[in-house]
Design a protein around this ligand. Sequence first.
Ligand code: SF4
Length: 497
Amino acid sequence: MKKPVYTILDCYTDEPAGLGVPPYLGTYPRYLAGKLHPEQVNYITIDDLRLVKNYHNRKPQNEIVTNIKIYNTTNQDIPDILANTTHLVVILGIQTPGKYLSAVPGSMKEVVSLITDLHCKKILTGPGIFGTQLIGGRKAESVPDGIFDEIWNAHFNFKEIKDYALKGAYIVKTIPQKRIIEIETGRGCTFGKCSFCTEPIKNKVEFRDQEDVVEEVKLLHSYGCEFFRLGKATCSLSYKHGDVKELEKLFKPLSELNLKVLHIDNVNPVYVNEERTKLIVKYCTEGNIAAFGVESFDKNVVKENTLNCTPENAYRAIKILNEFGSQRGPSGMPYFLPGINIILGLKGETKETLQENYKWLKKIYDDGLMMRRINIRQVTIFEGTKMNEVGYKYFKKNKRLYFSFRKKIREEIDLPMLQRVIPLGTVLNDVYTETHQGNVTFARQYGTYPIIIGMKGRFPLGEKISVKVTGHMLRSITGEPIAPLQTIPMHEGKRIK
Ligand code: SF4
């Protein structure tokens, strides 16, 4: 009998706790490669498949506008891999859609159109088995009938992951681009009540052992990975229920590996205190952000949706981070700042909700505090959540108010806040050039929510440079390279349709 050949097709994932959209590499492909070991397992991306199917397998060079649909190819012989594949394992699922600078995750519709004619067994896995949606405010796409032979719930326990994470780490060697590696530390939510959230449905609360996390990071580091985010957790500070000794047992050995980037992601503001904040500042690298899932500063919405913190609690946490995390590190960024997530369309939302959100954000600015970014999303509704019973009622009712709300926040808070956080003349180091838009090159640092820098001139992509800040846009900055860089003339590029 022919031996099975598995091919993991990474269509990228983004969920409340866990990012796997490039430049991030999520946990799913690594764990699955480890589970399927010692069978032959290939790793390819949706960009690889698009290149073969939509671009005759020829990657255009130096496009005027970088084509981010085929940016993250693995440079392998994809037709040969597909011809030999007996089992295609599709990883897919966007549940907290965002804007991505250099990647386009696959939608269910797109992926189905790309794989329908492949002659192999097709397996769907990842958060997409519960629904996926690339655009906020739209109903999630569900799994279509008749395409997939099997659905796998890639839900492994931590005993299995101890083994799989190490056995599957090798797939990073097939990825030519630098990636920031998403590392899992725990799952489930110690709070677990927010009306829109799928995490309590998916996972019960449990934590990985420190030794397992450190061993996995060590191995990935030995394979050349330099950037890490302990991001696959609903709250990095509630690791082992926020016990500071346990947190130290996790972060101290990781800091001793001298990683270029060691960041965290989500934080429940309720868990912020002086001791835990100091610990993160001490052991992680600068540019770190605690993404606070505040979701709403309207007390009524907080109550109706059983959200995790009151506006007062969020404000208190923002103050603590500012007190202990605002000094700058060698990369030019402050060590540890808060980020705020707001969701529009939640139950009970009124015109006043938007005013409350503005009022609190303005207060934070007026009080001289720093926030690295405000993320405003429209609710996406998933089955099994309490919001599923409410539907898009509030979203539809208030939709007409969102544009001006966003604009007000961007112009009156984001812009001056950015000028405060990264003032004119700041030098940012370890910045990597990433995409071209005509005569502009976009670049950023590796890390959690790095600021996007637009630079006049077409510079070679993938270069590490230092940049001086020359201006501020609403949510990005402009800069110029400190050292002169060779530029690529415009006429060498071709426009890709
Ligand atoms: S705090 Fe709320 S949004 Fe965050 S993971 Fe828990 S239930 Fe979900």
